[in-house]
Each structure stands twice: as C-alpha cells, then as structure tokens.
Design a protein around this ligand. Sequence first.
Ligand SMILES: Nc1ncnc2c1ncn2[C@@H]1O[C@H](COP(=O)(O)OP(=O)(O)OP(=O)(O)O)[C@@H](O)[C@H]1O
Length: 846
Amino acid sequence: MISFGVAKIVKLLGILSKELWLIILVLAFNTREEVDKWLFDNPVRCPGALHFNVINGNIISYGIQTNSTEVMKRRVFEDPTFKFQLPLQLAAEREIARTLIGDQNFPWVVSLKEFAHPPGEASSTTSSVGPIFFLAVAIFSFVFQITAFITEKELKLRQAMTMMGLFDTAYWLSWITWEGLLIFISSLLTVIFGMIFQFDIFLRNNFIVVFLLFFLFQLAMTTFAYWLSAFMNKSASATTVAFCVFIVGFVTLMASSGGYPYSPGYNQSHRDWWSLFPPNLLNAGLQLLARATETPKDPGINWSTRAKCLPAEPTCVITMHDVYIGLVRLFFLFFVLAVYFDNIIPNISGVRKSKFYFLFPGYWTGKGGSKVREGGCCSVCSGSLPRPQITTPDDEDVLTEENTVKKQAMEGGYSNIAVQIRGLIKTYPGKSKGCCCCFITGPPFHSVKGLWLNVEKDQLLCLLGPNGAGKTTTISCLTGINPVTVGDALVYDESIRSSSGMTNIRRMMGVCPQFDILWDTLSGQEHLQLFANIKGLPPASIDTVVEKLLAKSKITKVAAKVRSCSYSGGMKRRLSVAIALIGDPTLVILDEPTTGMDPITRRHVWDIIEDAKKGRAIILTTHSMEEADILSDRIAIMAKGRLRCIGTSIRLKSRFGTGFIATVSFSGETTSQPEALKHFFKSRLDVVPKEENKSFLTYVIPHDKERVLTDFFTELQGRETEFGIKDIQLGLTTLEEVFMNIAKQAEIESAAAEGKFTTLTLNTGQSVGVPVGSRFVGIPGTKSPQNPGGIMVEVYWEPDDSGRLCISGHSQHMPIPPHIQLPDPPNAKSARTLGVVIDPAQLKML
Ligand SMILES: Nc1ncnc2c1ncn2[C@@H]1O[C@H](COP(=O)(O)OP(=O)(O)OP(=O)(O)O)[C@@H](O)[C@H]1O
C-alpha cells in the first residue's frame, strides 16, 4: 500500500489490512509520478495502491491503482479488479462514511456478486481443475505399471526368464516397447476424450502438441515407476506408493498455482529442482495450453509455435518445447536410475552388484566384471564373508567323489562330465537390523559348505536332502540366480563365475524351478511360445516345438489356450517341466518337479523325465524317495549344507540302510504258527518283528546277518507248511530309511556343534549329556582320520522301555563303561549305518 499524506490514512490502512489479508506497505510519496515510478520498479511486490489526493471539508479525493501485470495476476489475483480493487474501494468508502457519520461501528454491508454468465461461454475448467484431473488419469496407468513391475519381481517371473537366458537389455527394451504402446493408446484416448468433452485446450491447441504432452508425461512416469519399484518387493505396497505420488502431485500443483516457479521472480535452480517431478511439468504444460487459449482471439499452440510464449509475455520463462525437453530428460534420468538401483539393491534372492559395477569394462563387454554379490546392507559393513569350517568327509564315497573332482580339476579328463561342482560354498550374510547402511549385522549363514560333485552326461543325478539342506541354493548357484561365495562349477566346461560363461550355460540349460513361475494372464501355449522366443528358437519351428511339448506334457489343445491361472497345481507343474525342456537343453534342472501331483500325473511326469534323459544330463531334486529310486542313475544326499553320501540307489541302501526287510505272510488260522515262526527268527537271526498282524510279520534283518541269510531262507522255505507260510518277500531297506538315517545324523551333528545337549541316564547310574536327537544303539570304538591318536567314539545306544540303555541286538542290559573302555563292540559297519558319530569331546559326563 503506497500513499502520500501519510498522517491522514494510517487508521484507514489498519482496517484495510484486516479486510484484504495483505501485508500493507505504507510509503510516503509527494507526487503521483513518484508512486508510478515506485510501482514500475517493483511490479512483483505490490498488488496496488490507494492514494489520497485531497482531503478537506469540501472534498475527499482518492485514487486506486491496480497492479494488473501478468506476474501479479498469476501470483496474487487472477482478476485484480474484482478481487482487489473493488474490496479496497469499498473498504475505503466505508471508513470515509464512518468517519463522516462519526460512528466507527456503523454497519456498511456491500456484497459483491458476479453477473450471471450467458450460456455457452468458454469454460475455464481445464486451467483450474484440469491438471489435477489429468494427473489422476495418468496416475491410473502409473498404478498398473508399478504393480506390474513389482508383481513380476515378487513372483520371480523375471528370475525365471533370466534363468532361461533372457538378457537384461532385452528385458528393459521389451518393457519400454510394451509400455510405450500402451501409453500411446492411452494418450490418444485422453486427447480424443478431451475433444469430445469440448475442453478448450484440446479443441484450440494443435492435436500433436497436446498429444505429445500427455505421451511424454506418461513415458516419464513409466521410468519413474521403474525406479520406485526397485525399492519395493511387495505388490501390495504399489497402490500406497502411487497414492502418495498423487498426493505429492496435488500438493505441488497447489503450491504452483501462484506461478511458482515458472515466473521471473524465481531463479533457474528452483525451476530445475521443481521439474524433477513429472507431474509438475505436466502442470506447467497444461497451464501453457490453457493460457494460449484464454481469450477467443488466442490462436492456441501449434507445432511451429511450441517454442514461443503464447500470448507473448516478457515474463515468460517456459515454453511447451521446454516442457517436452524436460519430460524427455526425466524419462532418461529415471531409466538410468531404475537400471542402476535394480542392479545394486539386493533382489528377491538377495543378489546385488557392486555400487560401481558400471565402472568395470566387463559389465559393458559381457566378459566378466559384472560379478554379483550377496545381498545385505552394504559392501562396507558386510565385507568379505567368513568361510564355513571345511572338514574331510566321513563318508568314503563322498571322499572319493571329492578327490576325483579335485584330481580332474587339476589334471583334466572330465570330458564325460556335464556338470562339475568344485568346492562350492554359499554363504548368506547376516541380516542387518535397521535400514540402509551399517547397522547391526547378524551372523552369516553357510547354506552350502563345500560341495564337490560330478554330474555325468546322459545321467540323472538326484539331489536329496531334508528341508534346508542346501539343494535349491546349489541349483540357484548353477543357474546363476545366486552368486557363489567360494568355489566354482563348470557346466559343459563353462564357468558359472563368468558372465559370458553364464550366458553360454543358459543357452544349454532348461530349468523347472521349485515354485511355478507363470504369468496368470498367459495361457500354457503362450508360455511355451514366450520361452521358445527367449531361448532363441527359429520362429518357423516354434509352433511345432510348442505343439510337441504340449502333447508330451498331456496338456490338451483346449487347456493350452486357457489362462494358466485356471490350471490345477499338477497342470502348472507339467507346464513348468515342459518349459524346462524347450530348446532341447543339454542340462535340465528340475527342482521338485512333481510336488503336489496325484500319483497318476506323477507317473506321467516320470515318463517325461525318463524320456528326456536321453542325450542330456539332468539334476533332479525331490522329496519323493520312490521318484529318486525309479529315475536316478546316482543319488546324492545333502544335509545341513554338506554332501553326506553319494552312489547308486542299491549302494546307498546297502551302506546306509538298516539291512534287509523280510515280510512273511501266513494263513493265520492258528495262533501257534506265528509264535513258532517268531521263535524261529529269534533263534536263528536274533530279531523280533518290526510289525506284525494276523496275516503277516515284518522283520528288519541287519546287514551282518547277510552271510547266513541264504541258509536261513532255504530252511524257511522248506518249513513253509509247518509255519503256515503263504508267501515270503525279501528286500533291501528303502531309500526312505537311508534318507531318514542320514538326516537324523546331520541333525544330531548340528545339535552337537551348536552345543545343544540332553541328559541320558545310563544303567550304570551315570548321566551323560548327549546331543539333542541322539539315538544310541551301540558303542564301537574306532580310530578316525580326525582323531588318529585317540579313539573316536561312535555311540549307538537305544533306551529300552524302562528308559535304561541296552546295546542294540543284545538281549541283556550291558553296563556302559564310564568312558572309552569298550567291551565287545557290535559290528561297526551296522552300528555306523544306524547311529551317529560323536567325538568324545561332545559327550558330557554330567
Ligand atoms: N536368501 C537367503 N538368505 C539367507 N538364508 C537363505 C537364503 N536362501 C536360503 N537360505 C537358507 O539356506 C538354507 C538352505 O536353503 P535351500 O532353499 O537351499 O534348502 P533346500 O534344501 O532347497 O530346502 P527345501 O527342500 O525346503 O527346498 C536354508 O536354511 C535357508 O533358510
């Protein structure tokens, strides 16, 4: 507020300030010209002036000046006459009237109203609510985009495609192309709808100019969504994030309604920062379009005038061309950031690259150098991970396998080997508590602790092991999903540690992951076509290959065209197996392929696998012992990250099973016959029935009785009628039993290693602390490689019904000597297959 004749107007100004909510500046000027000059020099600061020319008994003369520059219009009053000048004038008149009347509370009520508009007058909706409306429209596609990116991550779909050989560049390009197409259509529809609803900016600005604004905006929002999705792993959070982006967009929109920062009062750095958020540029663009069609005479923006200010204003700081450039810049900026963060933030498997991965030439040439690291908070705090304690394997077959691999690694000669795993160690860093960088890190976890293994060509190796044994980790290292911590593996002579090697390996490999990684919206046929393309099959052959695989996996032509979300669990697994076989891979990895299948489907998948064995190596993990028994050429059992045994099914059964299983069925008409039979078994083999009922008896016969078995069963057959025997069946123990024994042994070892002991009272009255889960069935004393000087105690005890202990296979209770002095140890071989090796140090005398 500027005035001259200061003393007379001070009071009036105080009242005016309440009315107008403005900061009133009282300045004294002597002439009207001085006022004008001040206003001219300060166009941004002052909305107007009230100046008194003459105040005396005869006349009150005052003038009101309004700052109607564009800057002020945008910053303070859209309509200075209505919003500023009239209220100011009314307030001045009211105060004059009250002064003349002599009553300061004299009511003086004047209401201002606009005259009713004639119908059909141009709407200004676009410039007022337009940005919010269009931002909301664009946010829709943003929500879908960000959800799609995160879902792909969450369902490990990208991981599946990577395993099958998809390159990152192809992945990004396919996304950009697909999104580009969708955005093209949605921008086109936005402009067409804008025209249908007769918004001025759509009708009077050039079509291409308007279309390009929406297209580029949505393109920038797409890479913005990519970038944000790098920080999220759950699709449920996508909507929340999109909503937050909308709210922020709304707030910045409100903040910029006064012209911020695209007016001369603000410097370029404000504008640069502000323009980093795509909705701000959309808003600026819409404002430009609206301003270019403000009055009926305005021509609107066309392609040739996009770099000009319309209407021409000296205060113009941004043009449509600048908006386009800004959006294109944002598109590239967020794209680069998205790719960068995608690489350095640990993915769903906890894998990430170094923060400076792009500085390694190998990253760009594809010849190594882009090695990945395990996840965790940051390289600084995780440092190099400690290695697990490497021990010489107890098992002779495992030791032989390890030595063979080591020898071949040194001397060569592994031409018949498809996969050679060389001392593979996988350590996961401890989980960090806190966020981002360098908080407390838990202890690292060794998932695989030094695996040496050969998988021969044309053979199926079955990898067995209880949950958490490290099977999937081994597979994910072989498929390149997880980087190995130490060691290496060669797949047909290509190292999994080099990125070029991994690229070649992926060309030769087909993978059926543990969980079906399928797109709900794609049919079975489309899945096979997609992966056939990723595998790089010639386009002409794809249909034939897909048809064959569908027939092989018994997915009917009708089902093949149905979306995979409606498939049963078994169908999904069959489809996953079919995907693994696409492109005739020479190495097929099947991680629990028959999980959740009914017996018939399972047998059918076995047929597919049996067929697939020809001409390729297969690594199969399963929890079905029957499956392993039927399909495998060799079986490797892992537990607690180590290989526990390896060999053919027969070898494992004979080495780790409890012996032979004899099932004798009889007529059961007289009760004396089974009793006589039981007595016969007891007296000859010293065994009691494991299971019995009216019609059969089942015995487990230890291996050490193998020598007498032939004679025993010959005699038994001769006395069949006497015992009322209908049938005798003799077999080796099952693989399941082997598995259980190995798993149990690993459990106990691990309990001992972790210091978890439980108390057993011996029949000598002593108490012994033994690892949790121990089952003691004998005490052979042996020397061991780990304990060459001393005695390694293998304690195999089993409590009897009274809770006391007896040596298995002996009827009488035998006192356990206080320590190592062992009486007549039972057969070491059989005891070893049943029990647990415990170092004396692990036995605590309580
Ligand atoms: N990303 C990870 N971070 C930390 N630990 C992990 C990670 N992935 C796996 N592990 C751990 O490694 C161990 C081995 O897991 P893995 O999935 O390889 O077992 P598995 O033998 O395949 O078991 P299952 O039969 O249940 O699939 C488990 O104890 C598991 O918790």
